[in-house]
Write a protein that binds this ligand. Structure first.
Ligand code: SF4
Length: 335
């Protein structure tokens, strides 16, 4: 067992976890909401340090990150557990379980992961993804710290539900984030994810303040977060607080886990896409075959810079430094 960070010991061998805003107080032998941090003999431990269930090279576009080394691959690592319980979770087999109940979880060291990442020439770094990486904070941080020395970029794909102090520690070693902004009302977060909106907004603002590469994902769920007025409020906030250059990925929902609402109609997705483009320069569509939302254009002159077919990327309109070939505007800083 590996001792967990961010814990406070209480009376009667209880322990409080301060990693995420749930602030679970655990009696001896109990797990937190995330199912992977546990009170053992009055100490908080992580049950998934040095364990992974997914380890493979993915196109970076799959994270999704469209403006961070476009066209590269990234070694993607995942484990089990999550501090949210989204009723529509697309990865519930790994997110809503614990280490002892999941047969495919395997021991692996940070050194082995870094060695694997270095072996492939076109690999840009390591992505912490698939399940929520916040809940394996200690292992992620150790991999990120050690891989920095090997020249690796570190990418976190997260729900953003983390407290400010551990986030500050992570930001130091992370190069890029994709944060899932699931809705723009606290009511949605409470009813559908068992969490709250404000901590996620705080995370996003802190990442922006520290000038790390940031992209956002928003899953449009039929009947739950597809109202235009709420959506418009969200994209206005993104444009105003984070800047219109912030890439936003609108993803199509399909029924999964505990949610049976119908798949997002393509017309609805296109309608919201159109609305978002009034506030943001780079809006993309995911989980869908459509002509819209797969091309990066220059906000200055409108030229097509990057075209995508599936996960293949064609950077015809960009020069080697990420500038638009037509007007010279810098569009992609990390290329
Ligand atoms: S990380 Fe897990 S144990 Fe810690 S507060 Fe969050 S849900 Fe609870």
């Amino acid at each position: 067992m590996h001792l967990a960070s961010y814990s406070v010991q209480l009376q009667d061998k209880k322990v409080k976890c301060t990693l995420c805003p749930h602030l679970c107080v655990l009696a001896e032998g109990k797990q937190g909401i995330c199912r992977v941090r546990k009170n053992e003999g009055g100490m908080l431990v992580t049950e998934i340090y040095g364990k992974a269930c997914c380890l493979r090279f993915d196109p970076i576009e799959k994270k999704p990150l469209y403006h961070f080394y476009p066209g590269s691959v990234i070694l993607s690592v995942g484990s089990v557990g999550c501090n949210l319980r989204c009723k529509f979770c697309q990865n519930w087999e790994i997110s809503q379980t614990c280490a002892e109940d999941y047969p495919y979880i395997k021991p692996v060291t940070a050194e082995e992961i870094i060695k694997m990442a270095r072996e492939r020439q076109d690999n840009v770094g390591i992505a912490y993804t698939y399940n929520e990486p916040i809940v394996w904070f200690e292992f992620m941080l150790d991999i990120a710290k050690n891989s920095k020395d090997a020249g690796m970029k570190n990418v976190m794909v997260s729900n953003g539900y983390v407290n400010a102090t551990p986030l500050a520690e992570l930001i130091e070693y992370m190069d890029a984030f994709n944060i899932d902004l699931k809705a723009f009302t606290d009511d949605f977060y409470k009813r559908v994810t068992s969490a709250r909106l404000q901590p996620v907004k705080d995370t996003i603002l802190m990442i922006r303040k520290h000038n790390r590469h940031l992209e956002l994902t928003h899953l449009v769920v039929t009947g739950l977060n597809d109202q235009e007025d709420q959506f418009e409020e969200m994209v206005k906030w993104i444009g105003g607080e984070l800047g219109p250059e912030t890439p936003l990925h609108l993803s199509r929902y399909f029924p999964n886990f505990e949610m049976e609402n119908k798949a997002t109609p393509l017309t609805k997705l296109l309608q919201l896409y159109e609305l978002a483009t009034h506030y943001l320069h780079h809006v993309y569509l995911g989980n869908v075959a459509a002509d819209e939302g797969r091309i990066t254009t220059c906000p200055e002159c409108g030229a097509n810079l990057i075209e995508r077919i599936g996960y293949s990327t064609y950077k015809k309109g960009l020069d080697a430094s990420g500038k638009c070939r037509k007007c010279g505007r810098i569009v992609i800083s990390n290329i």
